[in-house]
Every structure is written in C-alpha cells, then in structure tokens.
Design a protein around this ligand. Structure first.
Ligand SMILES: Cc1ncc(COP(=O)(O)O)c(C=O)c1O
Length: 391
C-alpha cells in the first residue's frame, strides 16, 4: 500500500476556536495582532485517522464517565516499546495532565520544606509545582558550552543536602531542545542514587526527537515517568496523559496519591484518543511530522545564519521549540521583547519565564507551515536586525 503524504503546508485558521495560542493573545501578551509562535502546540491538523476515530466516538450519543480500557493500556504498552520499555498494565496510571502529575509527584515523594531540584532554563511549571507545594526550589543551572546546553554535574551535587528528595527532569529538555544522552542520564542517576533522590522524568517530548532518546526508566527502574500523546499528535487540549514506573512501590504510592488529588478522571474522548494516536498509523504520522519539523528547523537555522547572524539558534535535538539567543543584538532584554511583539508583531515565549538564565533568550515555535514561518522570520529580521541584509 502506498503511504499517503500528509500536507503540513496547509494553513488552518485557528482564530475564534477558543485556542489559547491565538485567542489567548490578548490575555497573555496584551495584543491581538501578533503572529503566535509561542505555546507548545502545532498549527498542523491533528492526524486525519485520529480525527476519524474521534468523530466515530462522538456518534455514541451519551458521554458519561469513562474508565481506562484494556485497549488503552495495550496502546501505551505498545507505543513505549519504541523506548525499549516492557511495561505491564499495573505499571501505568492514566491522568489528566503531565503538569498535574508533576505537582502530585512533588507532594507524594517529598514533605513540606524538602528540596526539589530542577535544571533551568526549564519549562516554567517545574518552578510553580515546587513552590506551590511549599517545597524548597533548588536550581542547578544548565551551562551553555560550545553552543550546547549541558548539565552542571558538580554544581548539582554541591547543592544537594539531606533535605533534597527529588529531581524533576525534563527529558527531552524544553526549552533548550536537548535529548540527554545515556551517558548524561547515567551520571544523573549515579548522583541521585548516592543521595537517595527520586527522579521524576517528564518525557512528554520523547517522540519528537532527532537523535536517540533514552527513557530514564531504562536507567533507573525506580523513577517515575510522565508522558502523553499531546505533543506528538497535537492533541494537548484533551488533557489526557499517563504516568508509569517499573517499580511497584513507586507506582502504587503515586496511584493512591493521584486518586486523592482527583487527577485520574479521563474525559469521554481519552480512550479513543490514546488508542488511535498510539496505533500503527501513528508511526507513519510521526515519521512525516519529524521530516517536516527537521526541514523547518534547518530553514530557521539557515535563515538566521545567513541574514541575521546576531541571533544564534541553539542547536536542538528535540521538539519544535527553538531557543534563540539574542545576546549579540546589543539590545536590552526588554527592548528585544518589545520589538518582537510591537514592531515585528510576533509572539514568542520570553526566555526569563524559564529561569533567570533565560535573559536575552526567546523561545520560537516552528511547528507551522513553512511559508508562514518564513514570513515571521523576515519580520524578526526586519524589525530587530538590519533591514537591508536579506535583500
Ligand atoms: C515539558 C513539558 N511538560 C508538560 C507539558 C504540558 O503537559 P500537560 O498539558 O499534559 O499538563 C508541556 C507543554 O508544553 C511541556 O513542554
């Protein structure tokens, strides 16, 4: 059978669909006329075969409470085999979202006043789930070395005290686009084992990788892993995720706590969503999506290096989120922010929301039709850089 080519070039109007990316511009950025290149969802249609399955489900007429079906467990078990994981149904818990699970994990595996480590710049809810639980936030900043972010292992170890109980790992790492290598994860694990620190690994971006991904569960089976089909299939709005651990005690503890926090209810489309996203057709979608993203990333890198080299694109190994370094622009962070939003009229994520070391950085979402991406890059160049360079 011939594989159908998916059309990622099609522009889809998302305005007035109640999506946060477009319709939330006013409340998040205070403007309505900027091109949204921020929150982590894609401007590509959710796969046709997933849409078809959801439409079929919508015909069932009654939408009462649902339980996770065996087929949903099977779908997760099969999908996670790509990461060399052999899960059992008992290892898995379906939850409403990865962020709620992060919060519950913090509350389950640490006490008030305990310390929880993160590696900034990092996805900003990593800070709030710790602070809002009255735990101490311990930041071990990543270091930028030869254009690539690395974990500062000696700094990490030096910050550990008897009160340090947890590490929230973002793997792959949003926003810097790193896929942590097996060697790096092993080093993390050695330190964590030495001080009895539990690792909670957020692997929501693990399918969107351009190099080999290693799940932390294969490094240390006692870790807790959080994942979802949200990013891979552009279905984040369904709030359907799952947690798993190969350690019976850890997953049992998490299951009890997650139920107490009421984060285990599925919505009426969750089962259909999991089963359809993680079917065999998912592989075809993913292969073509990665190819398109790869090209958009290469295009963006080439664009900046050729026409506007003061902006450095940090080499990314995962996600459709590019971490842009504006340090050489000669502008203050606030000036760059204002120029992007008010002059170039593009809405990128402000780097400082990911940590203090995000100053002079902005996060660009390149998951949109190439033509649209190009228009936005030209606007950035024209309004921040020298107007004449690309002519
Ligand atoms: C690293 C990471 N974790 C979690 C999420 C959100 O997960 P959820 O919508 O399931 O809470 C995102 C979304 O951007 C993310 O980048």
């Amino acid at each position: 059978m011939k594989t159908k080519t998916i059309n990622f070039d099609k522009k889809i109007d998302r305005l007035d669909t109640d999506c946060v990316k477009y319709d939330g511009l006013q409340s998040y950025f205070g403007v309505v006329d900027a091109k949204p290149l921020w929150v982590a969802d894609m401007d590509f249609a959710t796969p046709k075969y997933v849409q078809k399955a959801l439409k079929k489900k919508l015909k069932q007429q009654i939408f009462g409470y649902e339980i996770p079906s065996d087929k949903s467990f099977e779908a997760v078990i099969n999908w996670q085999k790509r990461h060399n994981l052999e899960l059992q149904k008992e290892d898995i818990l379906f939850c409403s979202g990865v962020v709620p699970s992060l919060k519950v994990a913090v509350e389950t595996f640490s006490e008030i006043g305990d310390e929880v480590v993160v590696f900034p710049p990092v996805y900003f809810p990593f800070f709030s789930v710790i602070k809002d639980s009255n735990r101490e936030l311990v930041e071990s900043n990543l270091i930028l070395k030869d254009g690539k972010y690395e974990i500062n292992f000696s700094d990490f170890e030096s910050k550990i005290t008897p009160k340090t109980k947890l590490l929230l790992l973002c793997s792959p790492h949003n926003p810097v686009g790193r896929v942590w290598s097996k060697e790096e994860l092993t080093k993390v694990n050695i330190i964590c084992e030495k001080y009895s620190i539990l690792v909670v690994s957020d692997e929501i971006h693990s399918d969107l990788v351009f190099t080999k991904f290693t799940s932390f569960a294969t490094i240390n089976p006692t870790s807790l892993i959080l994942n979802a089909p949200s990013k891979t299939f552009n279905v984040a709005g369904f709030n359907t995720s799952y947690a798993f651990s190969l350690d019976t005690k850890i997953i049992k503890q998490f299951k009890i706590s997650a139920k107490k926090h009421h984060i285990t209810s599925l919505n009426s489309l969750s089962n259909t969503l999991i089963q359809s996203c993680y079917s065999k057709e998912g592989n075809i979608w993913l292969e073509q999506l990665l190819e398109y993203l790869r090209k958009n990333i290469a295009f963006t890198e080439k664009f900046f290096s050729k026409y506007f080299p003061v902006v450095k694109v940090i080499k990314n190994e995962a996600t459709y989120l590019l971490w842009l370094d504006f340090k050489k622009s000669g502008l203050k962070h606030k000036e760059i922010k204002d120029k992007l939003l008010k002059d170039a009229k593009v809405a990128l994520n402000d780097g400082v929301t990911f940590g203090k070391n995000g100053k002079y950085f902005f996060r660009l979402n390149i998951a949109l039709p190439k033509k649209e991406l190009k228009k936005s890059l030209i606007k950035i160049q024209n309004y921040i850089g020298n107007k004449n360079e690309s002519k």
